[in-house]
Design a protein around this ligand. Sequence first.
Ligand code: ADP
Ligand code: NI
Length: 209
Amino acid sequence: MNAIEQCQSLVKTIYDQFDASHDFQHIERVLMNAKAILAEEPTADHEVVEIAVLMHDVSDPKYSTDKADEERILAQLDVSSEKRVHIQNVVASVSYRGGNELPATTIEARIVQDADRLDALGAVGIARTFAFGGAKGRALYDDSEEARFDMSEEDYRGKSTASVTHFYEKLFLLKDLMKTEQGKRLASGRHQFMVEFIEQLKNERDGKL
Ligand code: ADP
Ligand code: NI
C-alpha cells in the first residue's frame, strides 16, 4: 500500500461520521478537482496534494475539538519528514477561516485550496450548504435576506442563521479568491449557476414564478 492509499483508509472512518456536507464524498470530489488542476500545474508534487486533500478536513473545528487525529494519521504515513511538514502546512492553509489560516504560499497549497473551494460552488455547493444547514436545524432562508447584500463580510461572520445567508457570507466571494487559472475557469461557471439559483429561489418565495 502506498502512502496515499494508506492515508485514504485511515481518514475514511473519520469522514464517515461527518454530515453530508463534509463526508467522504466531499473528499472524493475535491480529489477529482485537485487532479483537474494538477493536469495544468506540472511542477506541483502530486503526492503532497493528494494526501493534503485526504487530510484537509480531519481536524475541521466544526467537527473536532483538537488536532489529535490529524497528528496521529500524519505520523503513521510512509513519507519523508520534509514531506510530512509540507503536507501539514498545506492542510493548515486550505481552510477559509476568516483570515486565521496560514497563507497559501506553495503551489500545492493553492491547488488544494482551489479544489476545496470548487466543491463549495455550483450545484454541489448548493446541496452541501442545505445539507449543513439541515444538520444544524437552520431555516432555508432569512426573510430579510435582500438587506444582507449590503452587509460587509465581517458583519455576516458567525451570525448566519439560515442556509441562504451562507451564499452572501462566503460562497459568492469565492470566485474572486481562486488562485490557479484552472480553478478560476471552473469557478466562474459554478458561480453563475448559484447566482441563478438564488434568483429563482427569491422569485418562488415572492410568488413571482
Ligand atoms: P472549508 O471546507 O473550505 O474549510 P467550510 O468547512 O467552512 O469550508 O465550509 C464547507 C461547506 O460547508 C460550505 O461551502 C457550505 O456548503 C457548508 N457550510 C459551512 N458553514 C456553513 C454555514 N454557516 N451555513 C451553511 N453551510 C455551511
Ligand atoms: Ni473541505
